[in-house]
Ligand binder design. Sequence first.
Ligand code: NAP
Ligand code: MG
Length: 401
Amino acid sequence: MAKIEMKTPLVEMDGDEMTRILWKMIKDELLFPYIDLKTEYYDLGLAYRNETDDKVTIDSANATKKYGVAVKCATITPNAARMSEYNLKEMWKSPNGTIRAALDGTVFRTPIVVKGIEPCVRNWEKPITLARHAYGDVYKNTEIKVPGAGKAELVFTDENGKETRELIHNFTGAGIIQGMHNTEESIESFAKACFNYALDTKQDLWFATKDTISKKYDHTFKDIFQEIFDKEYKDKFDAAGIEYFYTLIDDAVARVMKAKGGFIWACKNYDGDVMSDMVSSAFGSLAMMTSVLVSPSGVYEYEAAHGTVQRHYYKHLKGEETSTNSVATIFAWTGALRKRGELDGIQELMEFADKLERATITTIESGRMTKDLALITSLKDVTVLNSESFIKEIRKTLEEM
Ligand code: NAP
Ligand code: MG
């Protein structure tokens, strides 16, 4: 059978530890035999980031802007322990943070639903997609540890030097202060990304903040969403038979627990960080979750939602067998290949992505899975596979299809 041809390369961002091992297995077993794979390769493994003073991360983000679609392996965010483990010149920043800052945009995470892995929340019949604003708020904050009594103020100085001041607090003793910001431009692109994604996937969109308490900060998010919706999206939503719905964040949390699923839940940066871990673990596992960063300029970066699975990697290094789930990493590749196919008009590439996803799900539903899923499945007669044989079983299913 002739291999599927590609036109434009995918930006390939390799990563660290166990996911780097899976990365190669996935390419060798599930991609190279079927696709004439074109990628522009960037090694975001920590050793090479260190060697290039992290320039490789910036280069990979720029390449993503140029080509439009990237696929990323999980990477180590260095901490003190990694400094000595990898003999680092500096505690390099999180590559995800660097790439998000360069591309802006919104991260959409959706659980991969399979029969036999039921969500803990019994009434969730369909996946819930979490849309996380990927810019600002507490992730770009400035903090002061207040040593003792004194006055804290918020000061804005405009370009002409005119100051606006707000009292934060008159401290009578020690305390803490935090300053945060966001920009109208970034909130607008967040809103548009969410509305477009809702239309693309024909699902309702929920959005929630704490606007009753934060009457300027959070209220601005609410207002921008509403303005853009009324002006640009209301008719399109009506035509698609879907709804935009705003409520308070605590009300949203309560409603989500009672809902059936099948909608997109847009969250501010921090809410999205916390809620995506809750939703994904309630659906089964971080390894059963797709994740894509969509930038306002229409650039896509696909990745797995989990980390580099360090504990498994150390076992692997000792020559012990591992049973690491590769589903999220496989779906990062299929997401990127499908999008590339869509943009370049290559029908076979899109069909291949669909098929590989079906083969992955079918393999699990037939009772062949990794240990993390075997522990939570309701299926009987389960075969627990190691990292490599799980991928080989998926290939078998793919060949049968
Ligand atoms: P992690 O790699 O997600 O792993 C945490 C635990 O979750 C694992 O020890 C494992 O549990 C389970 N797990 C996660 N993914 C799994 C998979 N595919 N298959 C089976 N089990 C899986 O998080 P971490 O250990 O906190 O972080 C490790 C490194 O990843 C860190 O250096 C961190 O900076 C990095 N990280 C990167 C990203 C990213 O690039 N997107 C995201 C998060 C973290 P058991 O050990 O109990 O089997
Ligand atoms: Mg988190």
